[in-house]
Write a protein that binds this ligand. Structure first.
Ligand code: 2RA
Length: 344
């Protein structure tokens, strides 16, 4: 049985990690949990209540795998130190190491071979991880020239605090709605830039000098890196993203337009997507079947559908829609799949 540690165990991703380890029957003893302070307990189904210890490098020394569900600053300070004392690998969920040349950025169904022998492995940004499940098979079958992504991102992307702010904001927002649909009275926001109930906010992470947000640039850089290109180089597909927060709880949705190298009939694309691991095709417009956050929430697979020939790019263009659970494919599930590859 492997020995596993979870750092940041009391956060939204940390808690999901325990559930995924259990559901996938990951062969490990009760995971050791670490947080910024000890004295807390986290409930787990299989292992019962687990105590959370204050983190120390000595505390994780000799474990097979350590999952980091902590901040980027934490990863910058400790990831290398932890990697030096674990037997197999550290899987980091933060953005701190993703573009480091010596750290593979992995979605196991796409580039899982990079896990073997790597001491430090980065989990992609959730938005990228969900999109790449559909983009990678299209890239392999038809090549990709251009990718334009518009996101509809759930509150869970901002962690447990984001989910709490959305839930707690709904009743006060309802009380502010007048009969004519306008609002009176102020709603407040702390986690998000603006109140999320009954709103969409085209602002996730910090604005950059080029007018994009950091979240949007992560999609550009990380998609290129996972597909095997220099994340900031000119080779490989051009990728542009507009990232928008919407009032859903934990599944991100993304409208994706691609221009491919080779002609890509929509029917052929659907065949490719049907065969791709980790994807469930939901594409039957006649039966109102398409991806939605409501059905993607809690599921391991990413849903893909609304696949159609793009009327701008013609035979070399497609439009599609994906939905994936942000906490699972975008974080905990991907991290556990990475560990499984690294240990195999
Ligand atoms: C978000 N992608 O949705 C970010 C979280 N990693 O806010």
């Amino acid at each position: 049985m492997h020995r596993v540690g979870v750092v940041g165990a009391t956060g939204a991703v940390g808690r999901e990690l325990l559930g995924v380890l259990e559901k996938r029957e990951f062969p490990c003893e009760a995971p050791l949990l670490f947080g910024s302070k000890g004295g807390q307990t986290v409930e787990s189904g299989k292992w019962g209540p687990l105590d959370v210890s204050p983190f120390s490098v000595e505390g994780v020394s000799g474990l097979d795998v350590v999952f980091l569900a902590a901040s980027g600053d934490f990863a910058k300070e400790y990831a290398d130190k932890i990697a030096a004392v674990v037997k197999t690998c550290v899987v980091d969920n933060s953005s701190a190491l993703r573009l480091r040349d010596d750290v593979p950025l992995v979605v196991p169904e796409v580039n899982g071979h990079l896990c073997k022998g790597a001491k430090l492995i980065a989990n992609p940004n959730c938005t990228t991880a969900i999109a790449i499940m559909a983009l990678a098979p299209i890239f392999a079958a038809f090549g990709l020239r251009k990718v334009v992504v518009s996101t509809y991102q759930a509150a869970s992307g901002a962690g447990a605090a984001g989910m709490r702010e959305l839930r707690d904001g709904i009743t006060p927002a309802l009380q502010n709605i007048k009969d004519d649909g306008c609002f009176e009275g102020a709603s407040t926001a702390e986690v998000f830039a603006h109140p999320l109930p009954f709103n969409v906010v085209p602002h996730i992470d910090k604005f950059q000098a080029n007018g994009y947000t950091k979240e949007e640039m992560k999609v550009t850089w990380e998609t290129k890196k996972i597909l095997g290109f220099d994340p900031k180089g000119d080779d490989g597909p051009k990728v542009s993203c507009t990232a928008v927060r919407i009032p859903t709880l934990r599944a991100h949705s993304e409208a994706i337009t691609v221009e491919t190298e080779k002609p890509c009939p929509a029917a052929a694309c659907l065949d490719v997507l049907s065969d791709a691991p980790g994807l469930t095709v939901k594409d039957d417009p006649g039966d109102n079947l398409y991806p939605m956050p409501l059905t993607a929430t809690g599921a391991f697979d990413v849903e893909v559908g609304r696949v159609r020939q793009n009327i701008v790019f013609g035979e070399n263009g497609l439009d599609l829609f994906v939905c994936g659970d942000q906490l699972l494919r975008g974080a905990a599930l991907n991290a556990v799949l990475i560990a499984e590859k690294a240990l195999s």
